[in-house]
Structures are given as structure tokens and as C-alpha cells.
Design a protein around this ligand. Sequence first.
Ligand SMILES: Cc1cc2nc3c(=O)[nH]c(=O)nc-3n(C[C@H](O)[C@H](O)[C@H](O)COP(=O)(O)OP(=O)(O)OC[C@H]3O[C@@H](n4cnc5c(N)ncnc54)[C@H](O)[C@@H]3O)c2cc1C
Ligand code: SF4
Length: 328
Amino acid sequence: MQSIPIKTYAAYSLDDAVRSCSSSGAIFSLLAELILDRQGVVYGVKMSADCYGAEFTSVTDRAELGKLRGSKYLQAKVGDTYRKVRRDLQVGKTVLFTGTGCQVNGLKGLLGQDYDNLICVDVICHGVPSPALWRKYVASKEQQQGEKLKRVNFRCKDLGWSNFGVKEVFQGIVIKEEYIPLKESSYMQMFLHNYSLRPSCYQCRAKKEKQSDVTIADFWGINDVAVEMNDELGVSLVLIRSKKGEKVIGDISKGLCLKEVSYEAGVKKNPSEYYSVAKPPQREAFFEDMTKISYLELSRKYLTTKKRPFKAVAKKKIKAGLELLFRE
Ligand SMILES: Cc1cc2nc3c(=O)[nH]c(=O)nc-3n(C[C@H](O)[C@H](O)[C@H](O)COP(=O)(O)OP(=O)(O)OC[C@H]3O[C@@H](n4cnc5c(N)ncnc54)[C@H](O)[C@@H]3O)c2cc1C
Ligand code: SF4
């Protein structure tokens, strides 16, 4: 348990196809593949089948890894995940548990002891939006589209990693794909304005007590440190917090472009590593309004943008199949 990492890296996977459907540099996927190759179990977050929520699940097969890839910007349901992890550990399986810092700490709290066969990876975390807001958004969106939301990619890199947008796929008689630039996404703007976060995110204890072996994040300051690594497909910040973490990053290093940097340079443009976001004065009113007014009214009331929340510059295409969009 230490807050200053043993080592700090800029890194990305050499597999461009996997990197393009990961949020940052696809370090998660490389670690997950390593554990699966050792007949282990990978725990992480997927969208629910109806797309109305995010939830923890476990994967034992590479073919299923796609559902864990990519950031889902809403609080994930934990359910009985920690107990399942404990069961896997007790029968000697190697487990990779991935989640936010508070989820890693929650798991460690339940376990109450160290396991050599457990590797914990957390993401640097801005905070998680309320799942109730996401449900309200999806319901409103489906009503507007007249079709069901089938997939969402919160970190679509079609226009580059640093210029990411949200891609949504609706399925009715035809499949509709909608790309929403970040600035035009009302849901993401409510998240980034910090209106929709869980109460604990404004005073995040996990930022002071890091219990993971490795922390991964976007390396937003890469242009100041190693601009040659930025090809706009995504670069990760990798913080090594334990000997076990050092070992697993060493084990995947053949599949990585890796450069050691100072911790200060690594986190310079990533304050969420150590600061909680400030609670906006409107936050309580926002949550009250969320139960009283429609999603469209909520976005009009709290977002200053003059543009319409959904349609403004959304690029629509009709595609023959979902497989083209997301690799599983
Ligand atoms: C809610 C949230 C807030 C974040 N805030 C920041 C930030 O402020 N700054 C920053 O640099 N990076 C942040 N990240 C991390 C970043 O977006 C990438 O997830 C990270 O860099 C890993 O990228 P990757 O390319 O290696 O793998 P990816 O394939 O993109 O990562 C997938 C991993 O994210 C986990 N995950 C996805 N959604 C959730 C969720 N809702 N709850 C818990 N775990 C989840 C999966 O289990 C998996 O381990 C955040 C991620 C999340 C989920
Ligand atoms: S900001 Fe902290 S409390 Fe909120 S989800 Fe992230 S790790 Fe958990």
C-alpha cells in the first residue's frame, strides 16, 4: 500500500486493432490475455445486455474479452463479485481484478488477507456517474430514435484518441450508428461538469489509499514527455505499485511500446490520480431535478450549450452489421 509508485511508464500495446477499440493504450487487454493464457480468470466491467447498466463479470476465454474493453462511464453493479473472486482465489486460480480504486479497496477489505494469485489493476478515476442518470438518458434516447440501444462506445477513436466522441448503435429494422462529439454529448458533459457523480467521488478515499498492483490511465501529458509515442491511437499511463505489478508488466513488455518517465511528468495532466473533483453547488438540485423533469429538460437546464443535446452534429450511418464496429 503506497501512494507514490515504484515506476511510471508511458506505454501502448503493439496490437493496433485492439488499441483502437480500447480507451487508452490497451494495457488492460494485454494483462487480461496474459492471465487467460495462464488459465486464470479476469474480472472487469461490461454493459448489461439491455445497455441500461454496467456490471461486473468474469471472463475465462479470450473471445469474450471484448465486452470488458473500453471505459463505461457509469457506476458498475458489483453484486456478489467480491465473493466470486474469493472463491476463485481459494481454489488456486490466478485472478486479475480490474475496476476503480474504491472497488479494488472494497475487494481487499472483503478478502482480509493477501493472495499471491491475485493481481489488482485500478484505473485513475475522475468519478462515476449515477446509473439512474444513464437509465434516464437511454430511455429518452430510445424514445427519440424509436429503436433500442444495442451498443455504446464511450471512447470512440474514429477522430483520434484525444478527440474522442461517443458512438451509439441502435437496432430496429435497420441498424443506426450515431457518432456524438464529446462537446455535443449531453450525458458526457453532465459527467465532466461533475453534476452526476456519486457522493463518495467528491471525497474519494481511494486516492489516498492505493491498494492495487498497477494503476492504468490515459497519458494526457504524453506530448510533453514523448511526443513520438502519440500516433492518436492511444497512450496509457502505467503506475507500478507493487513487486507483483512490476512482474506482470515485465511479462507483457514484449507486446508493448514502453518508456519509463518520472511520476511527476506522468500525472502532470492527470489530477484525478490524487485530487477528488469539487462538488458543484448545483449538484443536489441536479439530483432532485433528475427525478422530477425529463432528460431533455434536465440537459437544457444544466448545460450551457446552445446546441440541441442529441441531434446537433451527430453523424448518422446505417451499417449492415454490428461486427464492423466492435470487436468481441
Ligand atoms: C469511470 C472511469 C473514470 C475514469 N477516469 C479517468 C481519468 O480521470 N483520467 C484517466 O487518465 N483515466 C481515467 N479512466 C481510465 C481510462 O479511461 C481507461 O479505462 C484506462 O486508461 C484503461 O485503458 P486501456 O486502454 O488499458 O483498457 P480499456 O480496455 O479501455 O479498459 C477497460 C478497463 O476498464 C474497466 N472499466 C470500464 N468501465 C468501468 C467502470 N464503469 N467501473 C470500473 N471499471 C471499469 C474494465 O473493467 C477494464 O478493466 C477512467 C475510467 C473509468 C471507467
Ligand atoms: S472517484 Fe473514487 S469513489 Fe468515485 S468511483 Fe472513482 S475511485 Fe470510487
